[in-house]
Design a protein around this ligand. Structure first.
Ligand code: FEO
Length: 385
């Protein structure tokens, strides 16, 4: 697949994977992207997952013909991209690896080799000339590992963005970009918003016509849309108006309260109400919703003196990703000693700029008329307050 006159796609699609990075469901598979820049010298941008080494080398050979690549640029050492470095270096014994100093340390840890005689160590701002194409390397630590570099090709105005602007989903499946890019971003990079924002700020000084990420499609049209979403995501801003309700329920009483709240919100004209049953939904979807909307209601039972397990996990997923700047309402249920609301507030105490509603609903086993009135006022506060 031709990206520009000189840049070719040589990546692969994975439809066999059960869990990406050991935890994320990928119903539409996954793409491991790799690119070749053909010039007086030839650079290959990253490798692919270990299970696709032969397919990738065949893709590479189809583009190279009888030429041999000069450089393998390793932007990220996570094995979904680095697993075939050894195979490449054996196949092309005259090639040199280009990577950050930290990447070579991790390379040795994973593969036992760091190619002291066949390597170029690059740091932020270093360049590598292929002929017409001058590559500039920008360090992007923690987007998504510490060794990451991204690469700008001034000739074709291409940003090779590593994991940034990636998404779940193989490239032979049509699907909405934002949905799976958002789940990917908040799941995988979400903790490192400040570092991802720094990369965006650096990229703002570059003239970019195409973004070539390590997962997901090459972005070449309407770049302002993608960059705008990344501005919102990396700064933990609110992307969509609406309320997300995240809940757990053991015997259905907390669920009934959630359903009543959702009805009240819709009746009150709330633009969008999203409900996630944390015991049954994809947790990564619930996490992306929490970061997408500006208002959230947490509804859960007290359990072993604190919070029901799935809610406890969910809250941890939020706090470790720097959840902030949201309005929060709470519905708790407890038959003899309700503790969940107190525990939720304590768990979220480290989050910046959270506003809690005045109304907290406490159910003791099953909803009372008083609870129904409280839920109506919670709906009004969370939607209109
Ligand atoms: Fe796609 Fe962080 O590896």
């Amino acid at each position: 697949m031709k990206i520009t006159n000189d840049i070719f796609y040589v990546g692969v699609n994975d439809h066999e994977l059960d869990l990406f990075e050991g935890q994320y469901v990928v119903p539409n598979g996954m793409a491991y992207n790799s690119y070749v820049i053909m010039d007086e010298k030839i650079a290959v941008m990253d490798t692919v997952d270990v299970r696709f080494g032969d397919e990738w080398l065949a893709n590479l050979h189809a583009v190279l013909g009888d030429r041999s690549p000069d450089f393998l640029v390793v932007q990220h050492m996570e094995p979904d991209h680095s697993a075939n470095i050894t195979a490449f270096m054996q196949a092309y014994p005259s090639a040199t690896v280009v990577a950050s100093e930290r990447a070579f340390v991790i390379m040795k840890q994973f593969f036992g080799k760091d190619y002291p005689e066949r390597r170029i160590v690059v740091k932020n701002g270093d360049t590598l000339s292929l002929g017409r194409h001058d590559l500039t390397f920008l360090s992007a630590p923690m987007v998504h590992w510490p060794e990451v570099i991204v690469t700008y090709d001034a000739c074709d105005k291409v940003l090779f963005s590593a994991d940034a602007f990636g998404k779940f989903g193989a490239l032979d499946v049509e699907e909405d970009w934002a949905c799976e890019a958002r789940r990917y971003y908040f799941g995988i990079v979400g903790k490192y918003g400040a570092q991802a924002k720094r990369l965006l700020d650096a990229a703002a000084n570059l003239e970019i016509e195409r973004i070539c990420p390590l997962h997901g499609p090459v972005l070449s049209e309407n770049l302002a849309y993608y960059l705008g979403l990344y501005q919102t995501w990396t700064s933990y801003g609110v992307e969509s108006e609406g309320v997300v309700i995240a809940y757990t329920s053991v015997y259905g009483n907390t669920k009934r309260a959630v359903e009543l709240l959702a009805d009240e919100l819709r009746r009150g004209g709330c633009p969008k109400v999203t409900v996630n049953d944390l015991a049954r939904c994809d947790m990564a979807e619930a996490v992306e919703d929490a970061f997408r909307y500006g208002r959230i209601v947490l509804a859960t039972t007290t359990y072993n003196g604190e919070i029901f397990p799935f809610m406890r996990t969910f809250l941890h997923e939020l706090t470790e990703r720097n959840f902030q700047g949201r309005k929060v309402g709470i519905i708790e249920n407890g038959s003899w000693a309700p503790m969940a609301a107190k525990e939720i507030r304590a768990t979220l105490a480290s989050c910046k700029n959270l506003t809690f509603t005045d109304t907290t609903v406490t159910i003791r086993s099953a909803m009372t008329e008083e609870n129904r009135a409280q839920i109506a006022s919670l709906a009004n506060e969370i939607c209109n307050g």
